[in-house]
Every structure is written in structure tokens, then in C-alpha cells.
Ligand binder design. Structure first.
Ligand code: ATP
Length: 917
């Protein structure tokens, strides 16, 4: 049932508010006065103007005024009216408390922020103060996209990151940026430096759910396009980003005198981090999630990938926003949500440090070789709950018995895993084992012993502490259960004494325990001798109810035993939760270790299942892949006939050369050029993320930046045409790619007139070869470019093979050295179903064009055009020579010259003439 289906009925029906009756009538006053409830609402709303206010009234959260109008529209629930405020109708809608999470989820996804305002006392308490008094209420929590902790509001396999951007002046015209980002649901907290140029790429990498920034930064016109890409922005007043108290605020949050122990931070980073903790405290109303102390990312520690490349390569989600079909979707074999989240982070942030990458490969390699160990590891991991999220809820006082159990189970499995991995040689696995072994075994044992196998979701329900754990609780429960047995016995006694076989002892909230008999039998209980025992309380249509002194005594005994048992359970819960929160650091470290083990074991499983191999990583400009495959396309084609055709790729710098190779890939449409380009980029990403790669073998030199320009899309929202987008991206590549970069360029220049496009592609290719000197794959339909390989030493032609069969083109998907002889565009168009008349005409036009081309081939261009570097040389400076010539002419007095001197002057002037070109 959808929210929209469910709610109209619930909101349309006028709701009685039994617990809250005086308020309900108070809210409905229809004169021009402000009712006390409305006055309370207005006051609380005024303190939270940027949020929808979920105002608790009995079993519903009610929304009023504009909030009601917005929420009813967003949730598809009915908007009604409830009384008047200052003479006007009050628009209202409401959601049942029992389903609040579902509605919150939808509102948050739509970008709303919600302030949850609870009743802070029992309505009965309020009534004691007078019939017109209002139940005390206040906001207990602000729900925003970046501060969620409930499983129902979160995607288990995706991080939920809150990020703050701070900017400080770093010179005359320069600014330094600092980013701080935390996942409140798991406690991770990191900071890094950024810059105006790197901001968009950093934000795309971190992928936040909510971004905090100052009003001033939000208004900055230059940064608007960056903010426009973000899912939810919360601009905050300037004071939230002031440097003065930042360090103190952080130190206070983490209970330390100085931050020195956490490492050194830039000023902008500190301000951003302080903004995060202040916002977390504000939204959680003082409750503190167990955030880890901030860790600073080392500069250049990760492979830099700009936002466009990330989208093009569909690393963690497809261009349509889905996980399925992305690289992550294809390689994720993790069995825990925390593992899935870590894998996504690793794919988004591949490393650049050679030994760290090799460390990850060692761990995966060990688990590939030790198949039995890996299988046992995965079996245990599959039983590990989400420790980090359970810990976060417990530290916020929002946890339940299942969260305690999760911690107990997780730690217990962790200890067992630490044992199993004790002998594992790779350092990364040993580090995980050590982190798991550090957890205090007593806590895991106690939690497991304290809790029943399947505890209820809410602590207030009780029934989660296992029998045998606490003697006092056991005794109280026995008393409570004993009393129940006594009720059954008493019922039997009454049946025998009265002779009414259908007599029953029942219970309700109004009468407590009572005897119920049918109307025909009621008189018996009203006559002596029973008259002395039973007091008549209620007559219903078919039944009459009585109470008795024994029942009243039982009532209080049972109620007090039940209440006491519940209170004891709550106290035990609090004690256990306190111990868990006190051990937060060790638990978080254990959770991280478990996630890491899951990632390694998942990648090992992937390597075995999908035949991925360990890449040899080097510090040189290597890039030699044999039998490489596209991990996503390969899996999609797995069931298709023929399967995926592996291809080699070698962009390694030739012996003694100062740059990597460029492959110029030509071939018909649909042949597999884009697939080939992307697969090589994805192999680099996988390798540096710590995974094995889909190839027969791979030798890869660490890449510092990855660029790709693949496909074309309009960016009409920003007023950029397809061609403009393409040129902006190409400009970024040519300006930024270093010798260590990997560049993937697919069909640049095709968005404009042929000659313009070809010239741009030509010049870009030369620039990559001569200036950037990076490893690159360049796919093009401009066959003329293949001639460049004669002049560019590190440029090689490659083509995707096709065969012709009975006039049709057959795609072989095989990349081989050489240039495509022709385009087959018309054959592909025919396959696509273009009308035969159009195909025939296109063939005729093509024949004409080819004849013209044969008359003036592109080879001429090669012969006539100097290479890029030569052409780039600035023209010789003509000015000084011009000046000398003018001075020499001025110095000549024609009337005073002999014929011989005149001839010499002419020679001298000619020598001074500037040479042009
Ligand atoms: N190596 C391969 N083995 C098997 N099938 C492949 C391979 N490479 C590509 N294909 C299939 O061919 C289709 C077309 O591939 P791709 O989009 O890479 O072609 P293209 O040459 O870039 O085409 P265009 O120039 O029209 O963009 C893919 O969807 C895929 O199904």
C-alpha cells in the first residue's frame, strides 16, 4: 500500500483525540482568539521556520497552515481544516505516529526538513493543571537528509554523508577551501583541503546527502553551478562558519584539551569540521552521536576523477541514478551493508599510493588462494549486523533492544574472525584481525547473555532481557506470571461457586480485571450469597460486568509486578547501552575492520567467479592489459551467445620515451569502441581501488588523474549546447592532464561541422601527444587522423574489426592494430531500420564524397602541416628589427650619399628587414 493510498482515509475521518480531549476542543475554538494549543504551535513553529513541524497530538503528528499545505501535496494526503486561527480556517493534515517513519522518508527524499515536536508529559498530567491546560511539548529532533540514523530512513548499502564547505582567504585574491564530512549514521568523520577548481570534483567524489555552507558562499554567483548539482543544501548564517571558536568547539565535542592528537588541520578544514559538529548538536538537540575524531585526508592520496568522468564511467551509479548497471553493481559481492558502503567508497576514491594499493591486492590475493578461509569468513560475515549504525542510534538514545543485540552479535563474530585470521600473512588482513581482537570479550558475552534471541523493536515494550540474566527481574516476572495463573484459578473457582459455566474473567483499561457473564446469568451474581462478592459495574447489550475485592487485589499485584519488571528491563537496557557507548571507539574500529574484511572477501569471490586477475602495479608509465574485459558489459552478455570478446591494450611508455602511448581507435559505429575505451578506464579504477581486474594479465603504472570524455549530453539548464559541453570537458583535459594521467576521449569534435570538428580533434590529439604526454585512448570517426601516426612516435592506430557478409556488417568486437578501412555507417543505419530509399540515396552521396576525397587526400595535410610543437613556437619578434630599420632609414641623408655609399646603404637596409613566418 502506498502512502497516498493509505492516508486519505486516515486523515479524512475526523479523529477523536481521547488522550488529549481538552486540547482538541481548545484547538477548535472558532472565535477570533488564539487558542492555547495554537499559541504553543505558533511559538514552536517560529523557532523552526525552515522545517515542517510534526506536532504530536495523541496518536498523530499534525501539520498546520503552510506546512499542512506543503506536506499534503508532497505526501498525497488529504488537506482538511481544524478550527480557526485569528478568524481564519486552519489548514491541517496529519500522519499516524505508527507510520511516521514512512512519511518522513518520503519528505526527506523530497528535500524537506522536519522538526519532530513531541508531547513531553502525559495528557493526564496536563489535565491536573486544569481543563484548559496544554500538554507540554517541544521539538525533540530535527530530521534532515544528512543527519538520519533510522534504518527505515536510510539505504543500508549506501553512506549518508553530511558535508560542510568552508572558505578562508589565503592571500590577496586567493581562497582556501576546507571540506568536512561525516556520516552521522556510522560515525565516520573526515576533512580535506579543496580549492575553487577542485570543489566540484571533490563534492562528486564524496557524494553528500546534505551540504552546509554559509549564506555568503551560497549566494556566490561563480559557485552557483557547483551548488546546483547538490541534492540538498542548508545555508547557515555566517557565524556558523567563523574561525574564532572552531578549534574550541571541536575540542569540546571530543572531550579533549587540544586537537593536536588528531593531526594537523588547515583553518578552513577546522571551520568546516566545527560547523558539522555544531549542526549535528543542533539537529539532535544536544544528543551526541558517536562521531569518530576527524581524520584528515592526505593531499593527492586518491585518484582524481572529475564529476563528468564519474558520471560517464558510471562508477557507483548509472547515469539514471541506479546502482544496478554501474561498476559497483557489477563487482559488489559483499555480504554486509557496511561492506557494501565501504566498497562504494573505495570505488569512488581509488588510491594513488603504490604500497597501499599492493597491500589491498595482497589481502584479496590471499583470500583467492585460501578458498576455504574466504568461504568461512563470508559465512561468518553474513551473520554480522550493522554495528556502526546500531552504535550511532544507541549513542543518540534512539537505539532499541535489536541494536544492543546487533552489537553483541557483531562483536562476537568479530572475535571469532580475529581468531580465524590470526595466521593470515597479508598486513591488511592482520590489521583487521588485530582491531577485532581488541574488543573486550566481556561486553559481547554480556550482551549475548542479556538479550533474548529475537528481541522486540522497541525498548518500551519490554520482553527483551533473557530469563536467567538478572535474578531480580526473574523473580518479578515470576510474580507477574504467577498472578496470571491465579486469575485462571480464580475464574475456575467463580465458575464452580456460581454454577455459571460461561463466566469469564477479562481485562480492560477502564475496569481493570472484571467478571463477565451473559445477561441471562447476571441475576445469579446479584443474589445472595454472591451479592457479597460481586459488585455490578457495567451492563452491555449481551453481557454484564462485575468486579470483586479479590480481583481488585490481583489487579494491583499484577500491574505492579508488570510495571516493575518493565522498569527493571529499562534499567538493564540503560546500563548495557552505557557500556556500549563507553566502548564506542573499539566498536567503531571493529565495525570498520569487519567492513574491510567483507570488501576483501567479496573482491576475492568476484575474482574467482568472474576470472579477474591481480594487476602488477608499478610506479612507471605502464599500461599493458592482455585480454581485458568490460566488467559490466561482460556480465550483461554472460548469457548471450558468443559472450564478451576480450581485447588487449598497451599504452605503456616505450623504452626511453618521456610519455605514454596514445591509441587512436577507429572503427564503425556499434563495433565496440566506447566499450573498449571505458573498460580500460574501469580496469585502472578497479586496480587502484584494490580489486583484481577483468583481464588475462595487467601491468599498470599508477594513474594520478583519470579523464574521460565519452558520449555527449546537453546541459541546457546551464545554457550549454552539446558541443559546448564537449569543448569545456576537452579543455579541462588538455589543460590538466599530466604525464601520469589516463585520458579517454571518445569522438571529440563530432558535434560541429566536419572540418571544424576534425581540426579540433587533430589539434587535441597532437596536444595530448606533445604537451600532456599522458597515456590515452582516442576514439574517432575521422579516419583522416590515422595519418598522424606517421609523425607522432607514441601514437598507434587501432581498429575494431568487422566483417562483411552478404552486404551486411558483422561486428567482431576485436581490437587490432591498424586503421579502419571504411565506416560502415550506412550498413549500421540499415540495421537500425532507416527506409531503403534513404539508404540508397546515402550510398550514392557517399560515393560522390569519396571520389572527391580521393582527389585530395588528407595525407596532404600531414605533409604540409608542421607538428603541433613546431607550430606552437611563437613567431619571431619583429619589433626590434622594425625599429632598427626605421632608425637606419632616418640616419640616411639621400642628398649626401655617393653612388657607392647609396648601394651599401641599400645592402645594409635589406639585411635589417625582418623575416616573417
Ligand atoms: N568486446 C566486446 N564483446 C562483445 N560485445 C561487445 C564488445 N564490445 C562491445 N560489444 C557490444 O557492442 C555494443 C556496441 O558497443 P559500443 O557502444 O562500444 O560501440 P561503439 O563503437 O562505441 O559505437 P558508436 O560509435 O555508435 O558509439 C555494446 O552494447 C555491446 O553489447
Amino acid at each position: 500500500m502506498t502512502v497516498a493510498d493509505a492516508c486519505p482515509a486516515e486523515t479524512e475521518a475526523p479523529r477523536p483525540a481521547p488522550d488529549d480531549a481538552p486540547e482538541a476542543s481548545a484547538a477548535r475554538r472558532e472565535d477570533g482568539h488564539v487558542t492555547p494549543v495554537m499559541a504553543q504551535f505558533v511559538e514552536i513553529k517560529a523557532a523552526n521556520p525552515d522545517c515542517l513541524l510534526f506536532y504530536r497530538m495523541g496518536d498523530f503528528y499534525e501539520l498546520f497552515f503552510e506546512d499542512a499545505e506543503q506536506a499534503s501535496q508532497a505526501l498525497g494526503i488529504v488537506l482538511t481544516k481544524r478550527g480557526k486561527h485569528l478568524g481564519a480556517d486552519i489548514p491541517m493534515c496529519g500522519v499516524p505516529v505508527s507510520r511516521a517513519e514512512e512519511y518522513l522518508h518520503k519528505l526527506i527524499a523530497l528535500g524537506f526538513r522536519v522538526a519532530v515536536c513531541e508531547q513531553l508529559e502525559d495528557p493526564a498530567e496536563a489535565r491536573k493543571r486544569g481543563s484548559k491546560s496544554v500538554v507540554r511539548r517541544d521539538v525533540t529532533r530535527l530530521v534532515t537528509p544528512g543527519t538520519l540514523t533510522e534504518d527505515a530512513l536510510l539505504d543500508a548499502r549506501r553512506e549518508n554523508v553530511l558535508l560542510a564547505v568552508a572558505r578562508v582567504r589565503a592571500g590577496e585574491d586567493a581562497f582556501a577551501y576546507g571540506l568536512a564530512f561525516a556520516d552521522v549514521s556510522t560515525g565516520t568523520f573526515r576533512v580535506c583541503a579543496s580549492s575553487a577548481a577542485a570543489l566540484a570534483a571533490d563534492l562528486a567524489r564524496i557524494d553528500p546527502a546534505e551540504v552546509l555552507l554559509s549564506d555568503a558562499l551560497f549566494e556566490e554567483a561563480d559557485l552557483r553551478p557547483v551548488w546546483d548539482e547538490l541534492p540538498a543544501i542548508t545555508p547557515l548564517p555566517r557565524q556558523s562558519f567563523e574561525g574564532a571558536g572552531a578549534e574550541h568547539r571541536l575540542a569540546q565535542y571530543f572531550g579533549v584539551a587540544t586537537l593536536d592528537g588528531f593531526g594537523s588541520f588547515g583553518r578552513a578544514e577546522l571551520i568546516a569540521a566545527a560547523a558539522i559538529v555544531a549542526y549535528v548538536e543542533r539537529t539532535q538537540l544536544g544528543a551526541r552521536p558517536a562521531l569518530a575524531p576527524p581524520v584528515r585526508d592526505a593531499d593527492d592520496a586518491t585518484l582524481r576523477i572529475d564529476a563528468g568522468t564519474r558520471i560517464n564511467l558510471e562508477l557507483v551509479r548509472t547515469t539514471t541514478g541506479e546502482r544496478r548497471g554501474s561498476l559497483l553493481g557489477a563487482v559488489d559481492r559483499t555480504v554486509t551493508s557496511a561492506g557494501a558502503r565501504l566498497l562504494a567508497r573505495r570505488l569512488a576514491e581509488p588510491l594513488t599510493d603504490l604500497s597501499a594499493i599492493r597491500g589491498r591486492h595482497d589481502a584479496v590475493g590471499h583470500l583467492v588462494e585460501e578458498g576455504a578461509l574466504a568461504a568461512a569468513l563470508r559465512r561468518r560475515l553474513a551473520a554480522v549486523p550493522d554495528l556502526a549504525r546500531a552504535l550511532s542510534r544507541l549513542s543518540l538514545g534512539r537505539g532499541g533492544p535489536r541494536d544492543l543485540l546487533a552489537i553483541g552479535q557483531g562483536l562476537e563474530e568479530g572475535l571469532a574472525l580475529a581468531d580465524a585470521l590470526r595466521a593470515a600473512p597479508p598486513a591488511d588482513l592482520a590489521r583487521c584481525a588485530a582491531a577485532l581482537a581488541r574488543c573486550e570479550p566481556g561486553l559481547a558475552r554480556d550482551l549475548r547473555a542479556a538479550l533474548v534471541e529475537a528481541p522486540p523493536h522497541l525498548r518500551r515494550d519490554g520482553g527483551f532481557i533473557a530469563p536467567g540474566y538478572d535474578a531480580d527481574l526473574d523473580a518479578t516476572r515470576a510474580l507477574r506470571d504467577e498472578s496470571r495463573r491465579v486469575v485462571a484459578e480464580l475464574e475456575r473457582t467463580y465458575v464452580e461457586a456460581t454454577g455459571v459455566r460461561t463466566l469469564k474473567i477479562r481485562h480492560n483499561a477502564v475496569l481493570g480485571y472484571f467478571v463477565e457473564v451473559t445477561a441471562q446469568n447476571a441475576d445469579r451474581l446479584r443474589e445472595p450469597p454472591h451479592l457479597a462478592t460481586f459488585t455490578h459495574r457495567q451492563t452491555l447489550a449481551g453481557a454484564v460486568r462485575f468486579t470483586s475485592p479479590e480481583l481488585a487485589a490481583l489487579e494491583s499485584r499484577i500491574a505492579s509486578a508488570g510495571e516493575r519488571a518493565l522498569a527493571l528491563e529499562q534499567a538493564i537496557f540503560d546500563r548495557l547501552a552505557e557500556r556500549v557507548v563507553a566502548a564506542a571507539d573499539a566498536i567503531r574500529t571493529a565495525a570498520e575492520a569487519l567492513a574491510e574484511l567483507d570488501v576483501h572477501a567479496g573482491l576475492a569471490r568476484l575474482a574467482v567467479d568472474e576470472r579477474h586477475v591481480r594487476p602488477t602495479m608499478t610506479a612507471a608509465l605502464d599500461f599493458a592489459i592482455e585480454g581485458g574485459r568490460h566488467p559490466v558489459v561482460e556480465q550483461a552478455l554472460a548469457k548471450a551467445k558468443g559472450g564478451f570478446v576480450p581485447n588487449d591494450c598497451d599504452l605503456s611508455a616505450p623504452e626511453g620515451a618521456e610519455g605514454g602511448q596514445i591509441w587512436l581507435v577507429t572503427g564503425p559505429n556499434m563495433a565496440g569502441k566506447s566499450t573498449f575505451l571505458r573498460q580500460n578506464a574501469l580496469i585502472a579504477v578497479l586496480a587502484q581501488a584494490g580489486a583484481f581486474v577483468p583481464a588475462r594479465s595487467a601491468r599498470l603504472g599508477v594513474v594520478d588523474r583519470l579523464f574521460s570524455r565519452v558520449g555527449a549530453a546537453d546541459d541546457l539548464a546551464r545554457g550549454r549546447s552539446t558541443f559546448m559541453v564537449e569543448m569545456v570537458e576537452t579543455a579541462a583535459i588538455l589543460n590538466q592532464a599530466t604525464r601520469r594521467s589516463l585520458v579517454i576521449l571518445d569522438e571529440i569534435g563530432r558535434g560541429t561541422a566536419t572540418f571544424d570538428g576534425m581540426s579540433i580533434a587533430w589539434a587535441s590529439l597532437e596536444h595530448l601527444h606533445e604537451i600532456n604526454r599522458c597515456r590515452a585512448l582516442f576514439a574517432t570517426h575521422f579516419h583522416e587522423l590515422t595519418a598522424l601516426s606517421q609523425r607522432c612516435a607514441r601514437l598507434a592506430n587501432a581498429t575494431v574489426k568487422v566483417a562483411e557478409w552478404q552486404g551486411d556488417v558483422v561486428f567482431l568486437h576485436e581490437v587490432v592494430p591498424g586503421a579502419a578501412d571504411r565506416s560502415y555507417g550506412i550498413q549500421v543505419a540499415r540495421l537500425a531500420g532507416l527506409p531503403p530509399a534513404v539508404i540508397a540515396r546515402a550510398k550514392a552521396v557517399l560515393a560522390e564524397l569519396e571520389a572527391a576525397e580521393r582527389a585530395a587526400p588528407a595525407q596532404r595535410l600531414i605533409d604540409e602541416l608542421p607538428l603541433f610543437a613546431a607550430a606552437r613556437r611563437p613567431p619571431p619578434e619583429a619589433a626590434p628589427a622594425d625599429d632598427a630599420l626605421a632608425a637606419a632609414l632616418d640616419a640616411i641623408d639621400p642628398d649626401a650619399l655617393t653612388p657607392r655609399a647609396a648601394l651599401e646603404a641599400i645592402y645594409a637596409l635589406k639585411a635589417l628587414r625582418p623575416r616573417r613566418g
